[in-house]
Ligand binder design. Structure first.
Ligand code: NAP
Length: 301
């Protein structure tokens, strides 16, 4: 019988931990962590994500600023806003909600964000740090999956991990994190040959394809841990994953549901990254009170 990994419960515990760290940080530094989210256009799914991010920030006691720009915003206007936020000492994290309308160059926009405020960890400087294993921030979805695995007691070291999907926001960083955790990692994509043969080798199978019920039971090894990143809408508009949950439940030792698996962790990791950015800001601004406190704490360990 398979165990269901409860992303909602794990996320709630993580948020409690972040909230209590935030309270201590505010007391010690006088700085309130601040996140700015920029959304361009009217994409309904993006609007829901942004609303949830805003709510998450307010629950943590963060400053939360949402910038809603019209669909026809010129690139120059968007870049000017990012420049202003880069200089704003009340804002420690900046997130541009993707996808952007087609006339805006995503790469150029992300490159404009100060890497120290890049809480999505999409800036090339942060991606490079992740490759080297010396990061400040991790992309939120892969980071959330690492927490889910840790909190579910899944051993990663020495295990065969297969990831389906090689996107810059999920598949590639996920592979790096599993590699840093000493798994043997295989990344599959749409040109992979004999996919089921490869996925059946996995002790840990992570699926980020974006296709409803793509992974069937015959693609999964008995006893594997299966992480479903997919967020798709079925014919009835109901949220569903990339894994055929009912089928795979019968062979996996543990599995994340959709909804209630990976999804809740993503915003939680964004909150963690915003707090981390604010702490870095406090140290860099030579906030002496905060510096003294953290040094004293270190001595006590
Ligand atoms: P993406 O950029 O569209 O990437 C999909 C990947 O799947 C690509 O690498 C593609 O291969 C691969 N693929 C497509 N068809 C395949 C096939 N038949 N066999 C093997 N591989 C195949 O998607 P993404 O941004 O990574 O997102 C993936 C899913 O996760 C989506 O449902 C998205 O909504 C969801 N998501 C959820 C969260 C969350 O918080 N829960 C966060 C981010 C994304 P090629 O590279 O060869 O095209």
């Amino acid at each position: 019988m398979s165990r269901i990994i409860d992303g909602k419960a794990i996320s709630a515990l993580e948020r409690q931990r972040i909230k209590s760290q935030t309270e201590s940080f505010i007391n010690e530094s006088g700085i309130v962590p601040g996140l700015a989210v920029i959304i361009v256009g009217e994409d309904p799914a993006s609007k829901v994500y942004v609303k949830n991010k805003h709510k998450g920030c307010l629950d943590m006691g963060f400053v939360s600023k949402i910038y809603e720009l019209p669909e026809n915003t010129e690139e120059r206007e968007l870049l000017n806003l990012i420049d202003a936020l880069n200089l704003d000492n009340e804002i420690h994290g900046i997130l541009v909600q993707l996808p952007l309308p087609k006339h805006l160059d995503e790469k150029k926009v992300i490159a404009r964000i100060n890497p120290e405020k890049d809480v999505d960890a999409f800036h090339t400087q942060n991606v490079g740090k992740i490759v080297l294993g010396e990061y400040d921030f991790l992309p939120c979805t892969p980071a959330g999956i690492m927490v889910l695995l840790r909190e579910s007691g899944v051993t990663i070291e020495g295990k065969e991990c297969v990831i389906i999907g090689r996107s810059n926001i999920v598949g590639k960083p996920m592979a790096l994190l599993m590699l840093h955790a000493n798994a043997t990692v295989t990344i599959c994509h749409s040109k992979s040959v004999n996919l089921p043969e490869i996925t059946r080798r996995a002790d840990i199978l992570i699926v980020a394809v974006g296709k409803e019920k793509f992974v069937k039971a015959d693609m999964v090894k008995e006893g594997a841990v299966v992480i479903d990143v997919g967020m798709n809408r079925d014919g009835n508009g109901k949220l569903c994953g990339d894994v055929d949950f009912e089928e795979v439940l019968k062979v996996a030792s543990a599995i994340t549901p959709v909804p209630g698996g990976v999804g809740p962790m993503t915003i939680t990791m964004l909150l963690q990254n915003t707090l981390t950015a604010a702490k870095k800001f406090a140290l860099q601004k030579n906030n002496l009170f905060y510096r003294r406190k953290t040094q004293k704490r270190r001595k006590n360990y």
